[in-house]
Design a binder for this molecule. Structure first.
Ligand code: SF4
Ligand code: SF4
Length: 392
């Protein structure tokens, strides 16, 4: 079934009841029906019935969805809203003039990530001022550390090995925050786990999916499935909930097969317990990433903060506005969302903001000093270091 037929068949069952609007951040921000899930379903259904209705205004409304998942599992008629948004974007993309350049850049970046990274590194002095001026990054990309893995690598613990985990680094940890990957290795090694980094890891496809590039994402999915399914390990773990959501539920819904992968917070929470309880002396504000909150809950992160001894001073009440390519395409709205999260953090008077997603870190660091924005893996690393010193 092609995209148009899929939309006609699957959106005909929408009863237009509006229940899916309840928690939609784009609807709550603007109270505009066409920026709600129900409005988007209706626009896509009509565009599938009559192609001549497609124009740039309709495309912008469909592309203004954050793909956050807050409307998941609500529909009493059984409409798969998220899948409809992704298939709808693929259906509309041929008409979407505004997204053409972004699609070309993302296709090149995901096809040749190492080459793209090297080009960015070489030309960063030219590119950085331009990107900062356009508000796309908060300060120059540093790109000082080499990417996390370019060859298969195994990091073994000292002493007896208790298990083996594979780290799915994802592009943001691999290229932007390799130090988070190093923290993960240090945490797992100190708990007796061997860590494997897989050279044949490919982008999960999230930035391509957001731009309606389902076929290109399917190619990446096939490569990741071939590459990771043959590995023998106790678990595949990622520091990025978006990678886990895409390679899990979204691969399954679009392509029929998925990777069994765990988010770091959930994996580590099962491994460490009261005996690792530490007395870290600071206060923290937690930003729950949409792909944690809406797909798997944030109990593990909160539990980790409690175990660390840090004082929890509050939590964000919404999306940071990153949402992959949303922050590039809807810059103003994205910055408005970010400003709200920053105000919440500042009012909490917490020392640091912690989140479980490198994408959220990237967005939040546009307005908060980078050292004050940390990942949950950094908290666990610090807890284990303290416990290590106590037992020395
Ligand atoms: S995925 Fe998020 S932004 Fe998109 S329609 Fe659903 S709730 Fe709204
Ligand atoms: S998608 Fe489902 S919940 Fe949303 S308006 Fe249609 S029937 Fe109602």
């Amino acid at each position: 079934m092609n995209e148009r037929e899929w939309l006609k068949t699957n959106l005909a069952i929408c009863a237009l009841c509006g229940r899916c609007k309840k928690d939609c951040p784009t609807y709550l921000a603007e109270h505009n029906e066409s920026r709600s899930p129900r409005g988007r379903m209706l626009l896509l259904y009509e565009a599938a019935l009559k192609e001549e209705l497609i124009d740039q205004a309709l495309i912008e409304r469909v592309y203004s969805c954050l793909v956050c998942g807050a409307c998941e599992g609500i529909c009493p008629s059984g409409v798969d809203v998220l899948k409809a948004i992704l298939i709808g974007r693929a259906y509309l993309k041929g008409h979407d003039r505004k997204g053409r350049l972004l699609r070309r850049l993302m296709a090149a970046g995901t096809k040749r990530p190492i080459l793209s990274y090297r080009l960015l590194s070489v030309f960063k002095d030219l590119l950085n001022p331009l990107l900062v001026k356009k508000g796309l990054i908060h300060r120059g990309l540093e790109l000082d550390m080499p990417p996390l893995q370019t060859v298969d690598t195994v990091f073994s613990p000292e002493g007896r090995r208790k298990g083996r985990v594979v780290l799915f680094t994802g592009c943001s940890v691999r290229f932007l925050y390799p130090y988070l990957g190093q923290s993960f290795i240090s945490v797992m090694n100190s708990l007796g786990f061997e860590v494997v980094l897989q050279r044949k890891e490919y982008c999960c496809g999230a930035p391509l999916l957001g731009l309606g590039m389902i076929k290109e994402t399917e190619r990446l999915a096939q490569r990741n499935l071939e590459s990771f399914e043959r590995l023998k390990a106790d678990a595949i773990v990622s520091l990025c909930p978006t990678c886990v959501t895409v390679t899990g539920g979204i691969y399954r819904r679009l392509f029929g097969d998925a990777l069994e992968m765990m988010v770091f917070d959930d994996f580590i929470k099962d491994l460490i317990g009261e005996k690792q309880k530490a007395g870290l002396d600071s206060s923290v504000f937690y930003h729950p990433p949409c792909h944690m909150k809406n797909y798997r809950g944030c109990d593990s992160a909160i539990g980790l903060i409690e175990l660390s001894g840090m004082v929890l001073r509050g939590q964000s009440e919404g999306c940071c506005g990153h949402a992959g390519t949303y922050s590039l395409r809807f810059k103003e709205r994205s910055l408005q969302m970010l400003q709200k999260r920053v105000s919440e953090f500042e009012s909490s008077e917490a020392d640091v903001l912690v989140t479980s997603c490198p994408g959220c870190m990237f967005q939040l660091s546009k307005m908060i000093d980078h050292p004050r924005v940390i990942h949950t893996v950094e908290i666990v690393e610090e807890m284990l270091e303290i416990k290590g010193k106590e037992t020395d």
